[in-house]
Write a protein that binds this ligand. Structure first.
Ligand code: NAD
Ligand code: UDP
Length: 317
């Protein structure tokens, strides 16, 4: 039995990861400051004697004994990571340093949850891991984009300088049940708006594209990466290469929910990437991984999740 630390374990992806790692017979320590995460996301795991929750902010040092660390702590939605930009950078720089220091002391394996945002507004399409990106260092998204880029650098330097066993995954837009309804991301916004027959807020003209990966696929990829041979450290892209313009995505959600909502066009936020699609050739070769859940199937599960949430509470997005 391995003892595994998941930072950000009460968040959207983190909670699915904790669940899967427990299912596989591991002992899991979930660390979270509950900024964007919620106890509700892990309530169903609390009875498991092999699951432990620690309320802790990773920008402070942490002493636990574990074999592996999945570093997922960081708000992921633009609204939440811009809410306290300095805190976002601290989480990525100081928090990641702390977790790497812990990995070094324990000789634990460390996996960094990086992001497609390291490619910024990409000029190469689709994005392979070899692309260095096109990132604005001083814009409103920089706290996250540059924070995650430094986190990758730190991860590589702890590997080169201190022989820490590391893995870096670059996660592309991931969705599914337990996304925070109010965090402003497109999947939750559109579904919650459609289910309440409110207008769907499309930013810009909706021609910008994203590629959406269902959370179970992403979690499988992350665990495959952690369990892969030590020499393969990444970075590796994990995402679903099916690319969709946002306007088409809005229309799909309206159709799937049978909603009477219309489209309301809103200004495009600053530095919003025009296009995004992962090249997942490397993940295929090295991990034998590719997504298996079709967009419609994953969306159906996500719509059902928000439907049942909306039966209990009205949600304002
Ligand atoms: P989320 O906001 O639901 O989860 C983040 C979790 O981290 C939350 O539980 C939050 O409370 C916790 N947290 C934040 N700062 C912390 C701190 N300083 N100390 C301790 N806990 C802290 O977001 P998510 O979508 O589950 O994303 C998880 C990770 O995956 C993030 O690192 C994110 O950057 C990365 N990622 C996600 C996506 C995506 O599409 N969901 C894409 C790329 C990368
Ligand atoms: N978006 C939108 N309406 C919304 C929320 C987001 O049109 O209500 C757009 C946003 O401008 C971006 C895309 O959807 O082009 C994905 O946004 P999200 O915040 O989910 O993630 P990002 O990939 O930008 O980090």
């Amino acid at each position: 039995m391995k003892k595994i630390l998941v930072t950000g374990g009460a968040g959207f992806i983190g909670s699915h990861l904790c669940e899967k790692l427990l299912e596989q017979g591991n002992e899991v320590v979930c660390v979270d400051n509950f900024f964007t995460g919620s106890k509700k996301n892990i309530l169903h795991l609390l009875d498991n004697p092999f699951f432990e929750v620690i309320r802790h902010d990773i920008i402070k040092s942490l002493l636990v004994e574990v074999d592996e660390i999945y570093n997922f702590a960081c708000p992921a939605s633009p609204v939440h990571y811009q809410y306290n930009a300095i805190k976002t950078i601290k989480t990525n720089v100081l928090g990641t340093t702390n977790m790497l220091g812990l990995a070094k002391r324990l000789r634990a394996k460390f996996l960094q949850a990086s992001t497609s945002e390291v490619y910024g507004d990409p000029l190469e399409h689709p994005q392979p891991e070899t692309y260095w990106g096109n990132v604005n260092p001083i814009g409103i998204r920089s706290c996250y984009d540059e924070g995650k880029r430094v986190a990758e650098t730190l991860t590589m330097d702890y590997h080169r300088q201190n022989n820490v066993k590391i893995k870096i995954i670059r996660i592309f837009n991931t969705y599914g049940p337990r996304m925070a309804a109010n965090d402003g991301r497109v999947v939750s916004n559109f579904i919650v708006q459609a289910l309440q027959n409110q207008d769907l807020t499309v930013y810009g003209n909706g021609s910008q594209t994203r590629s959406f990966c269902y959370v179970n696929d992403l979690v499988d990829g992350a665990i495959k990466m952690m369990d892969s041979k030590d020499e393969f450290i990444g970075p590796v892209n994990l995402g679903n290469p099916v690319e969709t313009p946002i306007i088409e995505f809005a229309e799909k959600i309206i159709e799937m929910t049978g909603s009477s909502s219309k489209i309301a066009y809103k200004p495009l936020p600053q530095d919003d990437p025009v296009q995004r699609k992962p090249d997942i050739t490397l993940a295929g070769h090295e991990l034998g991984w590719q997504p298996t859940v079709a967009l419609e199937d994953g969306l159906m599960k996500t719509i059902e999740y928000f439907e049942s949430k909306l039966k209990k509470e009205k949600i304002k997005v």
